[in-house]
Ligand binder design. Structure first.
Ligand code: SF4
Length: 154
């Protein structure tokens, strides 16, 4: 039996090349520096019941999430966030690496709700729920920071 279990990291499924993005495009990232960790993938928007592909959504000033056609998808975003939270609690995960600029996953910048490509400071719906529950969230450009944080946790 292998007693050296790998620490787990929650990671946005789209960062692992899964076809879950709103536009249906698959993108690949090199996360070989995370080989010593078990990566647990989740996509809160798909877990919340939204299709692939789907219309892009942005968080509004009132906190609701609307897609570009004005459809209110707040419930789906919240549902997916709670699935991610249950996953980290069940798997005893302390760290997440989530996709930047996403209305679900971003840890620092989101689009401003006008669908005009303008970013502003803010966090995604899932990121907020995870952070409120003590999970440390990094984005795909902060792998070194995530590794440094994980090394202190060990
Ligand atoms: S950024 Fe988050 S919600 Fe969007 S496709 Fe990736 S995992 Fe899913």
């Amino acid at each position: 039996m292998n007693i050296f279990l790998k620490s787990k990291i929650l990671i946005s499924a789209c960062l692992l090349g899964k076809r879950v993005r709103y536009d249906g495009i698959v993108k690949y990232y090199d996360f070989s520096s995370l080989d010593n960790y078990e990566l647990i993938a989740c996509c809160p928007e798909v877990d919340g019941g939204l299709p692939i592909p789907r219309f892009p959504s942005e968080i509004q000033v009132n906190g609701k999430v609307l897609n570009v056609n004005g459809l209110d998808v707040t419930d789906e975003f919240n549902y997916g966030a709670n699935i991610a939270l249950k996953l980290v609690l069940n798997e005893n995960i302390k760290v997440a690496i989530l996709k930047s600029k996403s209305p679900s996953c971003s840890n620092k910048m989101v689009y401003d709700g006008t669908f005009s490509g303008v970013l502003m400071r803010g966090v995604g719906v899932t990121m907020k729920v995870l952070e409120e529950n003590g999970i440390k969230v990094f984005d795909e450009n902060e792998i070194e920071e995530a590794l440094a944080y994980l090394s202190v946790l060990k």
